[in-house]
Design a protein around this ligand. Structure first.
Ligand SMILES: [Zn+2]
Length: 173
């Protein structure tokens, strides 16, 4: 609602990223439960997206999902954004306690390409990545969830997401 009002009264709905990629979302959310890292790789290749790992500690009982393994797999496409970690992640049902939402969002806004905001939780509704998505939505961004188990969405980006031109990507920290 507020977003619509904004559209009518002031400027473009989306921030001016410029270039031909401006029409697709810049931010996505993803919960890796039930997936392997390789499931996400086609999406990263096709969109040129970074992975922002928003787990407080990039650790997992599954070795493939541990930070160093992801860094080895995705190199500069993988960034752990500790500022967006949830300090209460060990307390199911507890209020989210994001380390520094403002600083974390600022990092995401500096990203030179699309960003997949990744946590281990399967369900978006009960994961703190929803709070991060809402903060970006408040800034006018569309933030679709990708590869959702519960909706059975395909493992590939929607057709309207164009393949990026070959280019150098750098880390955004
Ligand atoms: Zn989560």
């Amino acid at each position: 609602m507020a977003d619509q009002a904004h559209t009518q009264t002031a400027g473009p709905r989306r921030p001016p990223f410029g270039g031909p990629e401006a029409d697709r979302p810049k931010y996505y959310t993803f919960g890796y439960a039930g997936h392997m890292p390789g499931d996400l790789t086609p999406f990263l290749s096709e969109t040129g997206a970074f992975v922002a790992d928003v787990r407080l500690v990039p650790n997992s009982t599954m070795p493939a999902w541990q930070g160093p393994a992801l860094k080895a797999r995705w190199a500069d496409r993988y960034v752990h954004v500790r500022e967006l970690g949830n300090q209460a992640y060990k307390e199911p049902g507890a209020e989210f306690a994001i380390v520094d939402l403002e600083a974390g969002i600022a990092r995401l806004l500096r990203a030179p390409g699309p960003v997949v905001i990744m946590c281990g939780c399967g369900a978006l509704a009960t994961c703190h990545r929803r709070i991060i998505a809402e903060a970006l939505q408040a800034l006018g961004h569309e933030v679709p969830e990708i590869l959702a188990q519960e909706t059975g969405e395909p493992l590939h980006p929607p057709a309207r997401i164009l393949a990026p031109a070959a280019r150098q990507l750098s880390m955004f920290d």
